[in-house]
Design a protein around this ligand. Structure first.
Ligand code: NAI
Length: 356
């Protein structure tokens, strides 16, 4: 199948396939839109079942970044990189170097950062080969560093807003919350929720990760397959995308879905299925924007940690607007969010395009 006919191709500006013979690097950089500024989005290191699956992921994730960045009011467009994992180890230094050189060759059209499978140390290494990288370091005066805690903060504040929407209060004490994935974001989210007195149910395919979070936050460990449909008030998918399949939606017991994972809906239709069941879906790319807010302010050296926090505190306001519109119009929340994002991108001032 040609890339242009792929269902997940949605007028991406360009897609770059990278093969480096020396390091064995295989990577894809998808630039969805630069209408609002350089395409920004993390670099995922993942073992895909095929290169086609990697391409699908890059296309979907980069489009999501365009929408996320637009509705977070950031001066960046949407892009994403995926590195195809070929061994059981983390990304090798020479592969990261080759990746960094590829990012540099795009001349600033794409800015990379951490995502699943890559860490601050990887970005620092990539940063030896390109200027177009963020998520490197932070200090009191300058925002930045590991985006995961900021992503978790945005999800947490959004969860409180969604709970206010359905229960009339934003207090999460005693509320039963299921968190799928106890990685960088999942663990930080559990910390915030535990501090507030929420009752936590957690799952991770890594037993070490789930045991650690179980102990740290007095959580109940659930088998990964069972967590999604367990008896909780709020479900927070914080592992991989595509988890809200028709079968899962049909058996969901939560009143709210609000988590960090990108592309949680298997297809857009599941958003409508959730609405039809009376389940509030907090669109993933709205609530998980905390990390990209942090790395963008770091990249442009345009803010302190306090500024990042202030921007993250705007996320629940955007979510509330979307949930109110969804209710008023009888339209799925993901469809409302997509529409608002498309409008912002379409209305981009021509000046925003002159970044390079
Ligand atoms: P991570 O790689 O640190 O953690 C993911 C965790 O999920 C790992 O512990 C992994 O073992 C677990 N996992 C994988 N498949 C699972 C399954 N089927 N059931 C249960 N656990 C499973 O990744 P991170 O950074 O915490 O990101 C989590 C999600 O949030 C990803 O989808 C990512 O794209 C998204 N996200 C992350 C941001 C960030 O700032 N790190 C920003 C925006 C979105």
């Amino acid at each position: 199948m040609s890339i242009f006919e792929k269902i997940d191709f949605s007028d991406h500006e360009s897609v770059h396939f990278i093969a480096d013979r020396h390091s064995g690097l295989r990577a894809i950089i998808a630039i969805h839109s630069t209408a609002l500024g350089p395409a920004a989005g993390g670099c995922r290191y993942w073992r895909y079942s095929s290169s086609d699956a990697a391409l699908t992921d890059a296309l979907r994730l980069s489009r999501g970044m365009s929408f996320k960045n637009a509705l977070a009011n950031l001066p960046v467009g949407g892009g994403k990189a995926v590195i195809l994992q070929a061994t059981d180890r983390g990304p090798a230094p020479d592969a990261l170097a080759a990746f960094g050189r590829s990012v540099e060759s795009l001349g600033g059209r794409y800015i990379t950062a951490e995502d699943v499978g890559t860490r601050v140390a990887d970005m620092k290494h990539i940063g030896q080969y390109t200027r177009f990288v963020s998520g490197l370091r932070s200090s009191e005066q300058v925002a930045g560093g590991d985006p995961s805690p900021r992503t978790a903060l945005g999800v947490y504040l959004s969860m409180k807003e969604a709970w206010r929407f359905v229960a009339g209060t934003d207090a999460l004490k005693g509320v039963r919350i299921g968190v799928q994935g106890c990685g960088g974001v999942g663990e930080a989210l559990c910390r915030l929720l535990h501090t507030e007195g929420a009752v936590l149910f957690i799952a991770d395919v890594s037993e070490a990760r789930s045991r650690h979070v179980e102990k740290e936050f007095k959580a109940t460990r659930v088998l990964p397959d069972a967590l999604l449909t367990s008896d909780v008030d709020i479900l927070a998918p914080c592992a991989m995308g595509g988890v809200l399949t028709p079968a899962v939606v049909a058996h969901l017991r939560a009143r709210i879905v609000c988590g960090a994972a990108n592309n949680q809906l298997a297809t857009d239709a599941e958003g409508e299925a959730l609405r039809a069941r009376g389940i509030v879906y907090a669109p993933d790319y709205i609530v998980n924007a905390g990390g990209i807010i942090s790395v963008t302010l770091e990249y442009f050296k345009s803010g302190s940690e306090r500024d990042v926090r202030a921007r993250i505190e705007e996320i629940p306001l955007t979510l509330r607007r979307i949930l109110d519109l969804s209710e008023a119009e009888g339209c799925a929340s993901n469809a409302v969010a997509d529409r608002l994002a498309r409008e912002r991108i379409a209305n981009a001032a021509p000046a925003a395009r002159e970044f390079h």
